[in-house]
Design a protein around this ligand. Sequence first.
Ligand code: RNT
Ligand code: ZN
Length: 417
Amino acid sequence: MNEKQIHEAYAIAKERYAALGIDTEQVIHQLESFHLSLHCWQADDVSGFEPSGESLSGGIQSTGNYPGKARNIEELRQDILTAMKLIPGNHRLNLHEIYGEFNGKFVDRDQCSVDLFKGWMQWAREHNIKLDFNSTSFSHPKSGSLTLSNPNDEIRAFWVEHTARCRAIANAIGEYQQDPCMMNLWIHDGSKDLTVDRLLYRTLLKDSLDKIFTTHYAWEKTSLESKVFGIGLEAMTCGSNDFYTAYAAKNNMMITLDTGHFHPTESVADKVSSLLLFVPELMLHVSRPIRWDSDHVTIMDDSTLELFQEIVRAKAMDRVHYGLDYFDGSINRIGAYVIGARAAQRCMTRALLEPISTIHNYEISDRGFQKLAFLEEEKSLPWAAVYDEFCARQNKPIGLEFIPEIEKYEQQVTALR
Ligand code: RNT
Ligand code: ZN
């Protein structure tokens, strides 16, 4: 399709949606200010840049050996910028503590400071990118199965110090960019086999969190990420959904919903309207679990679409931070970024194009078949023409045009690594 055809298709779509009371121009405008937080760890299979080069542990796994993974900060930055060029809109970048500028120097996790991220902050400003942050308690000799809930006081204090420092780093980033920095807190703590004193570990985790959150920061917002289980930690997870939901509700904190962190038949979408009545904001880790928390590349599947629809239906677009979280090492990693990010945008496009007030009226007046008919019809309305138009206006690849771009980058850059 050439550009003229894209605009023609859009003009038809515009009319079609207008007949349903939807203003596609407004939707395109909303898409412009829909910022994803791109996770830095897809580019290098969650390796990071600590000179000790610990292999990935903590109940998560990246599988696949596709050539070309980023080996240092320069390569990672180049990959991220390349991916961003192929995604319409302006997006944030989500860093983990292990992605600091260590420059070959050993800085243990309980010694980390904003110095490690000064370069990132300048680079991000140069490229008009806002940063988010994550403490890193996995892939470390002291992580074992227990970090913040470890009965060993010394180890627990080590991780409390790390996490408290990560909050300070995030705050410094937030202040520098004059925009709050999300600090995601996920720990893998749990046990492989039957655990009789769950209360002990959860009491310790609560105590650690209380210590970590004694300081109030103006530019940092911590979000708590639960999980149902990890590899090698199948029997118990200290930071379960109930644990963090209760903690966040009590302390007015944010919750991170990772779409791979729940029982397979549990609807993450269904959680949005409940949680937002009790916590201020949500962070998403949009992922794609296949059989387990496998972190496959995000696609437009029913569960992702429903999640975005629920956010829009709850009028909560501005109370949600849209992080992606997957790591597939089996395909071109830039391609993985681009497909996942565009899939999230396409889900949001469809969510925004829903003729919700009409459907709502049917629901409230108990006209069930009419409601169902609308919900079926909207699946085949020309939403893709609206997304294509958005891409065209942003001067970004339309449809599959990103494939040759990524292939070119692979030939010229990643294949040579
Ligand atoms: C792990 C969590 C966590 C990590 C990242 C790397 O199951 O989803 O968010 O994926 O911190
Ligand atoms: Zn996650």
